[in-house]
Design a binder for this molecule. Structure first.
Ligand SMILES: Cc1cc2nc3c(=O)[nH]c(=O)nc-3n(C[C@H](O)[C@H](O)[C@H](O)COP(=O)(O)OP(=O)(O)OC[C@H]3O[C@@H](n4cnc5c(N)ncnc54)[C@H](O)[C@@H]3O)c2cc1C
Length: 421
């Protein structure tokens, strides 16, 4: 029986729209369906700039319909369950669709309820997140009068792993401009052991931290917030050590509770919330059922083909790939998925295209300064050869800031989402 679609795509965000556009450009006869419930598309990489008051939120939002390629069926529903043996997807709206190939890319879930107190804390005027409402971050910064300004990173995988530290760097400069930085203890707390995993970029970022006077706390895993007392609780996460000692008094009024809980008062708090795969993926047969990647989409890290269902591919934030979850990574993943799907339609084989784990993190370190960290699997530096010849891309640069603020948004809307880059 003929399938409803040759290719059915789940999620019309960065990955879904780019995949639809490239597939449609390459073969206009393909019957492509795109399941995407949202009427709006969001350019999330600019949220960091919105929060720093240097980019307009309304310029990050456009109509989804203007980017779904003509000739692709936009199904405005929520994918809910999968029957991979029957090549069928069912939606919450009660419809079902069959496919020859399925591409799964519904993004990531901001798991607010995974941290006790977070939902209540976000309802107060002191707690914000660029991931949830970057305009609120700006309001919180404007109202801040000094004290502890605490920036955290969770222990779950997150999209754009560099975004929490970018928030800290931009806030540092904002508070210098507003004249309260000298009354501020600016803390960046991470569960990790280092500021950045790729060794070539870490020294420049440590230099930024030192010059800005940011108090870096490693092995600090945020686990709970008490919004009434305005305190955040961290679990000390140093491997092999289950008790901690506060060695220095940095004026933060931190205290230790029990053996390994550190309680830190805050006057403002910025969080990257805990994140996970969307529930309908976690509960599906397409997710890893066990192990460290449990719940995330089970794909081969080079071909992006599902490990158990050969006609299913996955990419973007939902995929269990050991690299940073970014739009930049997706730009390199899409051609691999597109080539493999087209090759399989032709002769049932995979193409020669392989994803190397490329991702990049445009680390804005202040107004007019950005370090473009490009890398691939195993934290190996993978800077663009041309950029590398022209600039020292291990340092924050004004040229990269111009790329971030003007170049990348233009390329995103006009080239990447149109399937030409
Ligand atoms: C603060 C912040 C800063 C960032 N900075 C950068 C940066 O500087 N550079 C960079 O490259 N990346 C950055 N990113 C990350 C980047 O935005 C994401 O990695 C990228 O958008 C992920 O694309 P995606 O298609 O996987 O998910 P998304 O773009 O989030 O799209 C997922 C889509 O799936 C849809 N969907 C959800 N559930 C269903 C369902 N049940 N059925 C059908 N559709 C569904 C959603 O409506 C959505 O449209 C940043 C992100 C944030 C939040």
């Amino acid at each position: 029986m003929a399938k409803d679609y040759d290719v059915l795509i789940i999620g019309g965000g960065t990955a879904g729209l780019m995949t639809a556009a490239q597939l449609h450009r390459k073969d206009k006869q393909l019957r492509i369906g795109l399941i995407e419930p949202s009427a709006k598309h969001h350019y999330q990489p600019a949220y960091t700039l919105v929060a720093a008051g240097t980019f307009d939120m309304k310029d990050t939002i456009r109509n989804e319909g203007d980017y779904v390629p003509k000739g692709v069926d936009w199904i405005k529903e929520h994918a809910a369950t999968f029957e991979p043996e029957k090549d069928t997807v069912r939606t919450s709206e009660g419809q079902s669709y069959t496919y020859g190939h399925l591409v799964v890319c519904p993004g990531i879930k901001l798991d607010i309820d995974a941290m006790p107190g977070l939902r209540e804390a976000l309802a107060t005027d002191f707690v914000c997140s660029n991931y949830i409402d970057p305009e609120k971050t700006l309001r919180v910064l404007k109202a801040f009068k000094g004290g502890n300004a605490v920036f955290t990173q969770p222990s779950t995988p997150i999209k754009c792993g560099g975004a929490p530290q970018k928030a800290a760097y931009m806030s540092d400069e904002f508070l210098r401009k507003s004249g309260v930085r000298d009354k501020t203890n600016l803390v960046y707390a991470t569960p990790g052991s280092v500021i950045f995993g790729v060794k070539e970029f870490a020294p420049a970022l440590m230099d930024v931290i030192h010059k800005k006077g940011i108090i870096l706390k490693t092995f600090y895993n945020p686990v709970r917030i008490d919004p009434v007392k305005k305190e955040i609780h961290f679990k000390w996460s140093k491997p092999g050590e289950n008790s901690c000692v506060l060695t220095e008094d940095q004026g933060l009024k931190e205290k230790v509770e029990g053996e390994s809980t550190i309680v830190m008062p805050y006057d403002m708090l910025h969080l990257a919330p805990p994140q996970s795969a969307p529930d309908f993926i976690k509960q599906s047969p397409l997710a890893y059922q066990e192990g460290p990647s449990k719940g995330w989409l089970e794909v081969d890290i080079n071909s992006l083909q599902h490990k158990r269902y050969a006609n299913i591919f996955g990419l973007g934030d939902v995929a269990a790939l050991p690299t940073a979850k970014t739009g930049a990574a997706i730009r390199k993943q899409v051609p691999v998925v597109v080539a493999n799907v087209l090759q399989r339609i032709k002769d049932g084989l995979l193409s020669k295209e392989q994803y190397s784990g490329y991702s990049s993190c445009p680390l804005v370190t202040g107004y007019g300064k950005m370090l473009l960290a490009e890398f691939k699997y195993d934290n190996v530096r993978d800077s663009d050869p041309l950029l590398r010849r022209l600039f020292d891309t291990t340092k924050p640069l004004w040229s990269m800031w111009i790329l971030k603020k003007y170049g990348l948004p233009w390329l995103y809307w006009n080239k990447m989402l149109r399937g030409t880059m």
